[in-house]
Design a protein around this ligand. Structure first.
Ligand code: HEC
Ligand code: HEC
Length: 324
């Protein structure tokens, strides 16, 4: 009997020791590095069509994180709308500056970064990855970053180092790993197929699912529809004033989602930030450059996702605070 207890004691001590080692490893090694991704991409043609498309995508998708109001350019800033538990995260300078921005990155290095989240130096970046964005959209983003637009001109503001919490470090070692490079061309469906096109916009171009599913930690980047609570809201973010805010349920449930919304109400909410409940708060992006047919396609697609019953309390209501 005594022997069993002794063995049990050693086992428990052993497990504790291993957990402590793993924690020390994560804490010291921080955010991991990998081999830099090497996608097979030739020099991208920066055509005017791509620059225009890229301008739309970058201002809808990247500027919220990368635009610095003081410099008026994409020089990076502290990201105050990230979950507080992630520590302090700073977006980077992605202007054309050769030393502090992306001026010295090749097109292939930029594609690799956007697809996988791994930089040209192999360090994983704490940034959403754009696995399902079409090749054409990715090339458009890169074309725009090299355009004469004022907010991407070389600006020598240095990027800030990251101050990740233990939780964020641990997550990058486990569930927030880099995504693999696509093995086949990624092509967006035709705009005439509204449901398929809307699905592409939600998963590939605008990544609505990222914020609108249950939790960043349980999102499935490779198969977004398998994310916990897909589009059912409740993911906790932070407003620019530092208040906790939950993303809303945009599944077709008529009571707790948008099942009782008209297409026009939905289009207005997404493009102009005005929902039937009132103005929408940041970090819900303002998709003012999104075309009307894009918003309509997203509406058509959302009618086809499984309805989830999840009553998400609005900003500032006591229930929202109580769920913290
Ligand atoms: C949720 C916020 C967020 C969004 C959205 C976002 N980024 Fe980032 N980005 C970051 C952060 C944070 C870093 C720096 C991370 C680090 O150093 O670990 C970064 C780093 C980068 C880098 C690497 C720069 C360097 O020198 O290391 C590039 C390139 C980049 N972003 C481009 C983009 C583009 C293009 C888009 C839009 C398609 C985009 N990002 C969208 C937050 C974001
Ligand atoms: C950066 C995170 C983020 C992204 C990306 C995002 N949203 Fe939101 N969204 C939010 C938050 C947070 C709210 C809640 C705002 C509020 O309550 O004021 C919200 C609210 C909404 C609402 C209002 C719902 C209601 O019941 O009032 C709609 C509609 C919506 N989002 C659609 C979208 C669509 C469509 C996309 C993609 C094109 C998208 N969102 C992308 C965070 C996000």
């Amino acid at each position: 009997m005594k022997k069993i207890f002794r063995i049990l004691g050693f086992t428990v001590a052993g497990v504790f020791f291993l957990v402590a080692c793993a924690a020390a490893f994560v804490s010291v090694s921080g955010i991991p590095s990998y081999d830099a991704p090497k996608p097979l991409v030739a020099k991208i043609d920066y055509t005017p069509v791509r620059v225009a498309q890229g301008q739309k995508i970058v201002n809808s998708m990247c500027a919220d994180c990368h635009l610095n109001r003081t410099t008026g350019a994409l020089t990076g800033k502290p990201l105050d709308d990230m979950p507080v538990a992630f520590g302090k995260v700073y977006s980077a300078n992605i202007t054309q500056d050769k030393q502090h921005g992306i001026g010295a990155w090749t097109d292939a290095e930029l594609v690799g970064m956007l697809r996988t989240g791994i930089g040209r130096d192999g360090r994983q970046r704490v940034m959403p990855n754009f696995v399902h964005m079409s090749d054409e959209d990715v090339y458009s983003v890169i074309a725009y970053l090299h355009s004469p637009d004022a907010q991407v001109q070389a600006n020598p503001t240095p990027s800030h180092a990251q101050e990740p919490s233990f939780l964020l470090k641990a997550l990058t070692h486990t569930v927030m790993k880099p995504t693999p490079l696509p093995t086949m061309p990624v092509v967006a469906p035709p705009t005439t197929d509204a449901v398929a096109y809307g699905r592409y916009l939600v998963m590939g171009r605008y990544k609505c699912y990222d914020c609108h599913s249950k939790d960043f930690k349980t999102n499935n980047d490779l198969e977004p529809e398998k994310s916990d609570g897909y589009m059912g809201g409740g993911n906790e973010l932070t407003t620019p004033k530092g208040q906790p805010i939950l993303s809303r349920n945009i599944t077709p449930d008529p009571e707790t989602g948008i099942g009782d919304w008209t297409e026009a109400q939905f289009v207005r909410a997404v493009r102009f930030g005005l929902s039937p409940h009132g103005p929408l708060n940041a970090p819900m992006p303002k998709f003012s450059l999104m075309e009307e047919n894009e918003a309509k396609a997203i509406y058509a697609y959302l009618q086809t996702v499984p309805a989830l019953k999840n009553n998400v309390p609005a900003l500032g209501t006591t229930a929202a605070v109580a769920t913290r």
